[in-house]
Design a protein around this ligand. Structure first.
Ligand code: G3H
Ligand code: 13P
Ligand code: ZN
Length: 309
């Protein structure tokens, strides 16, 4: 039981039809819920920390909480920096003991993205840490957008091949129609699977990553709204599409929004039904249980990662 890189996890997942869940963590209850679900399902696990999470909880707390979860459960965890904006934050995380970092140069021009990624790869690899990069822009698009507009937004397969070749990056996040948050699609959910297959064909040895992969589970949205929330029309990636993506080289599936919704739904319900209560353990406990149940469901029924540890 230890902090591990994603190398072995991805090597196993690459030519199979399951994917490893990468869940965003911000506090103790979230970490406990996720790690206990992975323990129950005997599943490989990536916990990821965003710049916002580092700012909110402070790196030392998150690292120590993850270490405590490993001791408590015996689950190996890959500790990953999510959306590192520059070399400095990636270096800091490598130095702090993260086993994986993402350098997200996707908003920069192609050559600049290559340069930034290469620099991080050199530093991280010298310290035994793996690197994820991103190519293409994560944004939902309208149904009727034409091919050249898609090429301007989504990952271009030939560029993906050149990018991996020039940077030596370990895994690549691709843009095929997902986006972050609870409002992913205006019309029917659509992912560009033909593009995913084309990318996979050109870089069959590179594990692919799907960001913005929350399903925005209707039961939690409904519960939030029932107990005083206001998130109408929220829509995510259907579970069947995540299963499909796992067949075409997607080894890592990023989930944050579904954690937020599960947690918020339980807290809203408890506080509304028990206005006299003010002990945080009374609502953070059920919130942690909801996260554990939701993550176990994903691992088992969507990612297909049960017993793949
Ligand atoms: O990719 C975004 C993740 O959901 C993290 O969000 O930057 O608000 O922590 P955050
Ligand atoms: P969601 O907003 O769909 O959960 O995506 C999270 C993510 O991609 C984190 O990097
Ligand atoms: Zn993301």
């Amino acid at each position: 039981m230890a902090l591990v890189t994603s190398k072995d996890m991805f090597a196993k997942a690459l030519n199979s039809d399951y994917a490893v869940g990468a869940f965003n963590v911000n506090n103790m209850e979230i970490i406990q819920g996720i790690v206990e679900a992975a323990q129950q399902e005997n599943a490989p696990l990536i916990l990821q920390v965003s710049a916002g999470a580092r700012k909110y909880a402070k790196p030392a707390y998150l690292i120590k909480l993850v270490e405590a979860a490993i001791i408590d459960t015996g689950v190996d965890v890959c500790l990953h920096l999510d959306h590192g904006a520059d070399f400095e934050i990636c270096k800091k995380c490598v130095d702090d003991g993260f086993t994986s970092v993402m350098i997200d140069g996707s908003k920069h021009p192609f050559e600049e993205n290559i340069k930034m990624t290469k620099e991080v790869v050199e530093y991280a690899h010298a310290h035994g840490v793996v690197v994820e990069a991103e190519l293409g822009k994560l944004a939902g698009i309208e149904d009727a957008v034409n091919v050249s507009a898609r090429d301007a937004t989504f990952t271009v397969p030939e560029e993906a091949a050149e990018f991996v070749e020039k940077t030596g990056v370990d895994s690549l996040a691709v843009a095929i129609g997902t986006s972050h948050g609870a409002y992913k699609f205006k019309g029917d959910p659509q992912l560009d699977f033909e593009r995913l297959k084309a990318i996979r064909k050109l870089i069959p040895e590179t594990p692919l990553v799907l960001h913005g992969a929350s399903t925005v589970l209707p039961e939690f949205v409904a519960k939030c709204n029932e107990y005083g929330g206001n998130i109408p029309g929220a829509k995510g990636v259907p579970e069947e599409m995540i299963k499909e993506a796992a067949k075409y080289g997607v080894c890592k599936v990023n989930i944050d929004t579904d954690l937020r919704l599960a947690m918020t739904a339980e807290i809203r319900k408890f506080l509304m039904e028990n206005p006299e209560e003010f002990d945080p353990r009374k609502y953070l406990g059920p919130a942690r249980d909801a996260i554990k149940g939701m993550v176990a469901h994903k691992i088992k029924n969507v990612l297909g990662a049960s017993n793949k540890r």
